[in-house]
Design a protein around this ligand. Structure first.
Ligand code: C2E
Ligand code: MG
Ligand code: MG
Ligand code: MG
Length: 279
């Protein structure tokens, strides 16, 4: 009897696995053609100075609308792009497209917004990130307009080459920020040894910051530590005015979240900026 149950649950498990694998392969197959089929789009979310409430920068967030599969979120397709290596082409496209669109917007509106782009571990492994950045700089974009966001995943394993690449990017004049700060394991030593400019405190610490004393204590500590290291702090996922107030009170430099805007396409982002400038 126990054997039967074991057998049937094993059987169930393989079916579920097969379904998962099948879905993955399907997504992967379509993802390979997403670029050439123009199914990808860069969305933009403003990063706002906490004191002045002015937009100072923008994060590029990739969107995929597959003709066959519909809308698929980055949390689903970025890991697949990463594992298959497709991320190198996609990442290059995000950086090039984002830099061009934000440079155009900056020129039209007389602004100097900084563009932050998320970069995956794989883009460091074969130098593709440096090649992409060089290409963008050759197109006439000022390096001070660019910022690269990495998570601790990029640093895991402590590849000396990765550290060298980060230093190289820094020397080219590009800012670096540590994304999803607080969710990994070795943030502190990384911050001490690497040339970061900013940390982005993960949304999970912001969500209950008005009521949860522990979250508040952690975010305060992160801000104190950052200030001691000469880093700026961005609070991620700010959805309400009270969350904004708490973060402003404890000295968080920048805020990003639905309170100001969801990520939107380039045209809507420009319209948003125009509206901010007239009010
Ligand atoms: P992330 O870099 O930490 O980006 C922040 C995520 O939080 C985004 O999710 C954004 O839409 C969401 N968000 C922003 N404000 C709020 C808020 O107030 N409330 C809530 N609930 N969510 C908010 P998204 O766009 O789904 O992206 C998820 C992750 O996918 C990103 O996390 C990033 O790690 C990755 N990603 C997105 N675009 C790219 C890309 O071009 N390249 C790479 N390598 N990764 C990317
Ligand atoms: Mg990010
Ligand atoms: Mg984040
Ligand atoms: Mg994230």
């Amino acid at each position: 009897r126990a054997k039967d149950e074991g057998g049937s649950s094993y059987h169930f498990y393989t079916l579920a696995m097969n379904e998962q694998v099948r879905h993955r392969l399907e997504v992967e197959g379509h993802l390979r053609h997403a670029l050439e089929r123009n199914e990808l789009e860069v969305y933009y979310q403003p990063i706002v100075n906490t004191v002045t409430r002015q937009v100072s920068g923008v994060e590029a967030l990739l969107r995929w609308h597959s003709e066959t599969l519909g809308a698929i979120g980055p949390d689903t397709f970025i890991p697949i792009a990463e594992q298959t290596g497709i991320i190198n082409d996609i990442g290059d496209w995000v950086l090039t497209t984002g830099a061009r669109q934000i440079a155009d917007i900056n020129r039209r509106l007389g602004l100097s917004l900084k563009l932050a782009v998320n970069v995956s571990p794989r883009q460091f492994r074969n130098n593709s990130i440096v090649a992409s950045v060089l290409k963008v700089l050759e197109s006439g974009i000022d390096p001070s307009m660019l910022e690269i966001e990495i998570t601790e995943g990029v640093l895991l394993g402590n590849h000396p080459e990765t550290l060298a690449l980060l230093a190289e990017l820094k020397q080219m004049g590009i800012d670096l920020s540590m994304d999803d700060f607080g969710t990994g394991y070795s943030s502190l030593s990384y911050l001490k040894n690497l040339p970061f400019d900013r940390i982005k405190v993960d949304r999970s610490f912001i969500r209950d910051i008005e009521t949860d004393k522990e979250d508040l204590a952690l975010v305060k500590a992160a801000i104190m530590m950052a200030s001691g290291l000469g880093l700026e702090v961005i609070g991620e996922g700010v959805e309400s005015e009270p969350q904004y107030r708490v973060l402003a009170d404890i000295g968080c430099d920048y805020i990003q979240g639905y309170l100001f805007s969801q990520p939107v396409d380039a045209q809507a982002f420009e319209a948003y900026l125009r509206l901010q400038m007239t009010t």
